[in-house]
Design a binder for this molecule. Structure first.
Ligand code: FMN
Length: 189
């Protein structure tokens, strides 16, 4: 089902960033082509080298790097993608996209794409319960973005509460379902 699909994984600066590696490996094993965009803050948690090795593609972190003068990377990736998965999604990227901010490679590419974008939030429960974050999530839903709800579990702050990244299995299942919907919609056009 995932074979030959172009999937862009966006990784943001949360403690669950390392979990993106397992998801990426699974997608690759299923035959998907995976490009990775990391925020600068994500690079504090895991290295682009790890993601480059797992994906077999150069990881993009910098909006203004120009190794390829024949394409504008955020536009070419936005067009090429069949699907975007933002994992983990910080309160920050949720807030930025919900409010039309495009100030780095990831938020700009999300702004430019017409592909489905799925956010998998993970954060401290205080952040997650903040009405601003909840409002931003609602806003994203209203624009057609998909949210994979975090779960109750042991958080990095030491408490047991809602904010833990959904399991890899849940995220992959969600993504597969999304591809089925997308195929169906394409057929209708
Ligand atoms: C150790 C540590 C862990 C963090 N974990 C999270 C997290 O799980 N979720 C979150 O939304 N922010 C978390 N943050 C805060 C983000 O890194 C911060 O809001 C940052 O601006 C996010 O930038 P980005 O969205 O561009 O990657 C954490 C910060 C630190 C120092």
């Amino acid at each position: 089902m995932l074979k030959d699909l172009n999937i862009v994984i966006g990784i943001t600066g949360g403690i669950a960033a390392y979990k993106a590696c397992g998801i990426l490996s699974y997608l690759k094993s299923e035959g998907a082509n995976v490009d990775v965009i990391m925020t600068k803050n994500a690079c504090e948690f895991i290295t682009p080298l790890t993601l480059e090795t797992l994906s077999g593609n150069k990881v993009i972190t910098d909006m203004f790097e120009r190794p390829d003068y024949t394409s504008v990377k955020h536009i070419s990736l936005a067009r090429k993608a069949d699907l975007f998965l933002i994992v983990p999604a910080t309160a920050n990227i949720i807030g930025k996209v919900a409010n039309g901010i495009a100030d780095d490679m990831l938020s700009t590419t999300i702004m430019a794409t017409k592909a489905p974008v799925i956010f998998a939030p993970a954060m401290n429960n205080g952040m997650y319960e903040n009405p601003i974050v909840q409002n931003n999530l609602e806003k994203l839903r209203s624009y057609g973005y998909k949210i994979i709800e975090p779960v109750i579990g042991h958080l990095a702050c030491g408490c047991e509460a809602k904010g833990k990244l959904a399991s890899n299995e849940t995220i992959i299942e969600f993504l597969k379902n999304e591809m089925v919907v997308k195929k169906y919609e394409y057929k209708r056009i």
